[in-house]
Design a protein. Sequence first.
Length: 279
Amino acid sequence: WSQKIKEVTNDLSNVARMDNPFLFDKAKNKVNDIWHKHDDFKHISPPVIPVLVAGNKYDLFAKNEPEKKKWVCRALRFFCHRNGYGLAFTSSQEKPTMNTFRAMLSHYLFYQALLPSKLEKEHTRPLFINIANDSLSSIGQPKMIDPSLANSIKDVGELWIHTVREHFPNAKLAPDNLPTDFEEETEEKASEPNKYEEPKIDAIKKQKDAELEKYRKQVERQRNLASHSKAAGRKIAADVIKMHQKNFKLFTNDKQIISALDKLANHLVLSWVAYLENE
């Protein structure tokens, strides 16, 4: 899953770099400022876009044996820290976890201060670890039940995966083909529109959809009127020029004066047309 997150953040970073290079460089420098003084800086590959990993249903996870919880928590801490992510355990059954989760989201989205008292690394409690507030030394090394496997596996990440598997042999592993495109998830949700019905939310959504459609029609109508106004304005301008040319000849036969007045009339009318075009 951490690899899938990395693929998504890389794609979003590429879009941000092309869309606004200045803001992208500013965000990248901010990430470097956060990490460059960290002891693990050489081992971390943080994304430009902040990532917060949420471990839901903590109330169910908390029922596991302390030893199992310890190694799962350490493994999650390792993967999140190595990739430069934040980590938060939440449960809809435990309001304090939801409050802290919201505080962390506000910190990442709106740069609101995050109180140190809200952070937690102890596996006997819900984890709340901010970006760059953990360390490889405090996480420790993976401890495998079968030491013979440790000699055959070189990557530390793979060691952590095997450590968790040994403590949870019957756990269902995440599929390798997790969607990396938001459109895939949208299509899956669209195929089951009535699976999670919420009458109040559905009513509000229906109202907002109607308001959006009404607004879209108003904008389209205004564009059509503006287009017709511009066309009419150009026609009137041409007629005005012709009328002035006839009137000038009625008052004088001096070609130089008529030419100068023609230029002045053209200038004024074209200025008016340009104004209409920009409206």
